[in-house]
Ligand binder design. Structure first.
Ligand code: F6R
Length: 589
């Protein structure tokens, strides 16, 4: 995680890097800092906490035209001032994203050689190691060529050497890094949104590649040779990085969901069927994992394909059995999640066919996978995903539908009717977004515990609803398979404990209704989200959602839960777009 934003060019550098850094704040916000060159000296300014604290400390008018900047998500060492980047040791000042796994051994060796360290970070050790090697070679490029194979783990660096204060060096392995190019200068950034206020042209740095950036040009190297790279153009809309009048990115992104659905249907109408596979494994983390579960429900029910869904951090350390006609699907908004990426590499080693469903174009997961389906959510800024999750479940629904049709489980007529329903739901989604959830939020927001229950697809959706609420409101929340609650957890239900019960699965509706009654008897306050008629004594408040068909119902069902999470967090005055301890792109394991 962490965000890197660097600039060298004709513009004053500090306003540029601060604006870039702000669009990377989703990657972490534990501390921030800059190092810039002024009057031939390198000046370092850092703060703990968010970028706004750093901005307050800076004089943005300073005549500096070269700056490296960083926003941190703590991995090694507490989230405090002394661990903030940039780090300077000897002649090297750097910002780092990633984890140097062998930093302890290197640190011990360097201490014996006389180095002292001010922070607890692996990044400062990397700076010292570069400095130590630079002393031997007197050539920064040679040094980077050497150390890039010696540092274990992942890294993206922006580096200034005090002997060459007119250049920024960039190097990456596993952690993402791009080089942006505008008419008046160059950028280094962890992600494309960071440069969009200035340019849409960028180069993707591959593993082990080095960029040497001067005011007017950039040169790329790998293995001591100059390499040619083609630039990319980002064709999306820069509005994506602005709130457009909404109070929070999360609310803006929820309101973009109807458009995301329309776009997904338009772009993926000719999606390829997966009928040649007998077994599918879906691998992902967090909300993307929850999306995978929705895929499982639809593929198993409508395409008769067995699907196992795995948490990527578990899958990568479990025995992997290659089965005949087996497909592994990897789902990721960012395309950079370290565990998902590692799991993908593992599946490829086992020669399992891989398909990734990814939102960010050209991201590491997209580049690594045999096949890619991009989701059409656009840039998502709020740390808690909403529209990207929705794009993932819409994509999986379309895939399952197509596969069902190709396997002749549904007729052409049915297939077309189902597809048509996708086109109709945008309006329903708008209505659900604009419904009032105030009364429910009022009941929940002062509570410390809440439960979500459901069965089958409703359980899978509850898991996402529960995650949404807890991650942004800090209310402890658990999702339970409704039938499992009485095997222990029901002992936590007391007077007025809120239970959100999702009931859309017709076959299991009566079972969940009974579970509602069980918790009501023990004092729970039940909020039912349902598309069915359910008895009055099985809920306290009911949210009605439309019942269209199994392929689109999950899309409709999740909206009230996203809205409840948002409004509850707002009532608790939480930092909705940047919940504590989190970051959007989890590039460490
Ligand atoms: C929760 C959330 C996370 C992500 C997870 C995977 O709101 O956003 O749980 O879903 O970290 O991230 P990606 O999809 O980027 O691989």
């Amino acid at each position: 995680m962490c965000g890197i934003a660097c600039y060298i060019g004709k513009k004053k550098a500090l306003p540029v890097v601060i604006s870039s850094l702000k669009s990377l704040e989703y990657r972490g916000y534990d501390s921030a800092g800059v190092a810039y060159v002024i009057e031939d000296k390198i000046k370092l300014i850092k703060t703990s906490g968010k970028i706004i604290n750093l901005e307050k400390k800076l004089d943005l008018k300073k005549n500096t035209y070269l700056c490296i900047a960083h926003t941190r998500w703590a991995t090694h060492g507490k989230a405090n001032f002394k661990n903030a980047h940039p780090h300077t040791i000897g002649k090297i000042t750097l910002v780092h994203n990633g984890i140097i796994e062998n930093y302890k051994e290197i640190k011990n060796t360097l201490i014996k050689k006389g180095y002292t360290f001010l922070s607890d970070t692996d990044s400062e050790v990397a700076a010292a190691y570069i400095d130590y090697n630079y002393k031997q070679t007197n050539d920064i490029l040679e040094t980077l060529e050497k150390i890039k194979y010696e540092l274990k783990g992942s890294f993206a660096f922006g580096i200034i050497c005090s002997d060459e204060k007119d250049k920024i060096y960039a190097l990456r392995k596993e952690s993402p890094l791009i080089v942006g190019k505008s008419n008046d200068g160059f950028f280094i950034a962890s992600d494309v949104p960071a440069i969009l206020n200035y340019t849409n042209k960028y180069y993707l740095l591959d593993n082990y590649e080095i960029a040497v950036i001067e005011k007017d040009y950039v040169t790329f190297y790998n293995d001591h040779k100059v390499i040619e790279k083609n630039s990319n153009t980002f064709n999306g809309d820069n509005n994506n990085v602005n709130k457009n009048g909404y109070e929070h990115f999360m609310l803006k992104e929820i309101n973009e969901e109807p458009e995301v659905i329309s776009k997904t249907i338009k772009e993926l109408k000719n999606i390829k069927s997966l009928d040649k596979y007998n077994k599918i494994d879906i691998i992902a983390c967090g909300s993307a994992y929850h999306a995978g579960l929705v895929g499982k429900y639809l593929f198993e029910k409508y395409a008769d394909i067995k699907v196992d869904v795995h948490i990527a951090s578990e899958y990568r350390y479990s025995p992997i059995f290659k089965e005949k006609n087996n497909l592994a699907i990897f789902i990721s908004q960012s395309g950079e999640t370290a565990d998902t990426l590692a799991a993908l590499k593992l599946a490829k080693e086992k020669r399992i066919d891989t398909l990734s469903i990814v939102n960010v174009k050209e991201s590491s997961i997209a580049r690594e996978s045999d096949e890619i389906i991009y989701t059409y959510a656009g840039i998502e800024i709020a740390v808690a995903t909403t529209k990207a999750y929705l794009a993932q479940i819409t994509t999986l629904s379309l895939l399952a539908l197509k596969t069902s049709y190709e396997k002749n489980y549904i007729s052409k007529k049915e297939y077309e009717e189902y597809l048509n329903d996708f086109n109709k739901i945008s309006e329903e989604v708008k209505l659900l977004i604009n419904s009032s959830y105030e009364e429910i939020a009022e009941i929940i927001y002062k509570k410390e515990d809440i439960f979500f229950i459901g069965r089958s697809i409703d359980y899978y959706l509850s898991m996402e609803g529960s995650l949404k609420l807890k991650e942004i409101s800090y209310i402890h929340s658990e999702a339970y398979a409704a039938g499992e609650l009485k095997h222990g957890t029901i002992s936590l239900i007391k007077k007025n404990t809120p239970v959100i019960s999702v009931i859309t699965n017709k076959e299991l509706k009566d079972k969940t209704i009974s579970n509602n009654k069980e918790v009501i008897s023990r004092g729970a306050f039940v909020i039912a989200i349902t598309n069915s008629i359910i008895p009055d004594d099985s809920y306290n408040i009911k949210i009605n959602i439309p019942d269209i068909n199994d392929f689109v119902n999950p899309i409709l069902t999740i909206i009230p839960m996203q809205m409840i999470g948002y409004i509850v967090a707002k009532k608790r005055n939480c930092d909705i777009d940047k919940p504590k301890n989190l970051a959007k792109s989890v590039t460490v394991e």
